[in-house]
Design a protein around this ligand. Structure first.
Ligand SMILES: [Ca+2]
Ligand SMILES: [Ca+2]
Ligand SMILES: [Ca+2]
Length: 450
């Protein structure tokens, strides 16, 4: 039985069983039965779930059978949740698990069929690291000059351009392409960077012109378009000091329709509570404003803040992401922090679609790390996912009968705990661990040994 820990752990009510080696070897790798290599080249597995102590005997017996080339304990290998994209090492906000918990979060999910609107300067939809994750409007026939879905926009197959009222929402500035890559550059594809979500549907909505400036009119239209088109989360990496009722009404409309709007806190280095900027200072229930942090965890010097209006913080300084024309570049700003939060929401939505926007929002707020001048704190993706997946881990040692129960929402963590138990118990026999993600409340999963 081969398995993918990410897939297995995320599926509802799916469980995995890992039989951990009790041998003296340093490796914590598990086994699952006996692998038999036949002389005809085929491979079969026998004795699944057998105790390790019996596997060697089973293997020796099987290897003496006719037509068997050899037999051995069937070792298990866990996927390491590093995407391996060539520039991943430069992505400090994701490559270091202590920043927002990206690695452990990816053990649970790398995203899925969640639609996010990037309301910005457009998106380079042909960028090889973005193209696989671009949303398409399933009800619109491209290029036929007809508004097939009757939404008022002709041929809007990949979003809409509200700057010049055309279906071409390609980026002519670079800001939106960079934001899109932070949310959802394709991870693990051997190209460039990984997004916070490796898999997502990005809806390009162009409201900022080639100088990355937009008006309340285009912003309001863009938000309403995104809501009507099925976006679940909106990324608004924009900020300005002027109040607009049309803009506020559009954000409220999104919130009323269950669409989370994540907006930049602004790059003025001051308190939004004292000097309001928008959308950060709007008060719709599903509006989240995001401050930017620097490497090391402190607030970026450019970032606005304010516990009255800013809910979350996320990495926003020296962020490497996609650039127009297929390249990559480094940018700094609350514009870069905002899409980190959006990506985190994508993972939550993919892991627990049933929770809905309030559940996803609350999971992020409840698990954020305090200590920054915002009402919530620094996003903690692994903590947020663990809080909604509610996995528990339990191991019982056969000989001592001692029971050890620990919370663990990743195979990596479960194996580390099991290895620690095994070391403490001098490897005396057999630890069976089960892990599953089944409910919102952490639930003890039956486990044990014989
Ligand atoms: Ca249309
Ligand atoms: Ca059409
Ligand atoms: Ca990539």
């Amino acid at each position: 039985m081969l398995f993918n820990p990410r897939g297995a752990l995320c599926a509802v009510a799916t469980s995995i069983a890992v039989v951990l080696t009790a041998a003296t070897g340093a490796s914590a790798a598990g086994t699952d039965g006996v692998l038999i290599q036949h002389t005809d080249g085929s491979i079969t597995v026998e004795h699944p779930n057998a105790q390790l102590s019996k596997l060697t005997g089973f293997a020796a017996k099987a290897s003496r059978r006719k037509g068997v080339r050899f037999a051995e304990p069937n070792r298990l290998y866990a996927a390491a949740s590093s995407p391996g994209d060539p520039l991943f090492g430069d992505q400090w906000s994701l490559a270091d698990d202590t920043v927002i918990g990206a690695g452990p979060a990816w053990d649970q999910t790398t995203g899925g069929d969640v639609t996010v609107a990037v309301i910005d300067s457009g998106v380079d939809t042909t960028h090889p690291d973005l193209a696989p994750n671009i949303w398409t409007n399933p009800r619109e026939v491209p290029g036929n000059g007809v508004d097939d879905d009757g939404n008022g926009y002709v041929d809007d197959t990949q979003g809409w351009n509200f700057v010049n009222n055309s279906p071409n929402a390609r980026d002519d500035n670079g800001h939106g392409t960079h934001v899109a890559g932070i949310i959802g550059a394709k991870g693990g594809n051997g190209i460039g960077v990984a997004g916070v979500a490796w898999n997502v549907k990005i809806m390009p909505v162009k409201v900022l012109d080639a100088t990355a400036v937009g008006s309340a009119a285009t912003l309001a239209q863009g938000i309403r378009y995104a809501v009507a088109s099925g976006a679940q989360v909106i990324n608004l990496s924009v900020s300005g000091p002027g109040y607009s009722k049309a803009f506020e009404d559009a954000v409220q409309f999104a919130s009323d329709n269950g669409v989370i709007v994540v907006g930049a806190a602004g790059n003025d280095g001051r308190s939004v509570d004292a000097s309001p900027v928008y959308p950060a200072a709007f008060n719709a229930p599903l509006m989240l404003a995001v401050a930017a942090t620097a490497p090391g965890g402190g607030l970026a010097s450019i970032s606005n803040y304010g516990a009255g209006n800013v809910e979350l913080a996320a990495p926003g300084q020296d962020i490497v992401s996609t650039a127009m024309g297929g390249g990559y570049e480094r940018r700094t700003g609350t514009s870069m922090a905002t899409p980190h939060v959006v990506g985190a929401l994508v993972l939550l939505a993919a892991a627990r679609p049933d929770l809905g926007p309030v559940g996803w929002r609350d999971a992020l707020l409840a698990t954020a790390r305090k200590g920054l001048p915002v009402s919530g704190g620094m996003i903690n993706m692994s903590g947020a996912l663990q809080s909604v997946l509610g996995t528990s881990f339990k191991a019982t040692l056969k000989r001592t009968g001692s029971s050890v129960k620990r919370s663990a929402c990743s195979l990596r963590r479960a194996k580390a705990i099991s290895a620690a138990i095994r070391k403490r118990e001098r490897g005396n026999l057999y630890v069976r661990a089960q892990s599953s993600c089944t409910s919102s409340a952490p639930t003890a999963v039956s486990a044990g040994s014989r």
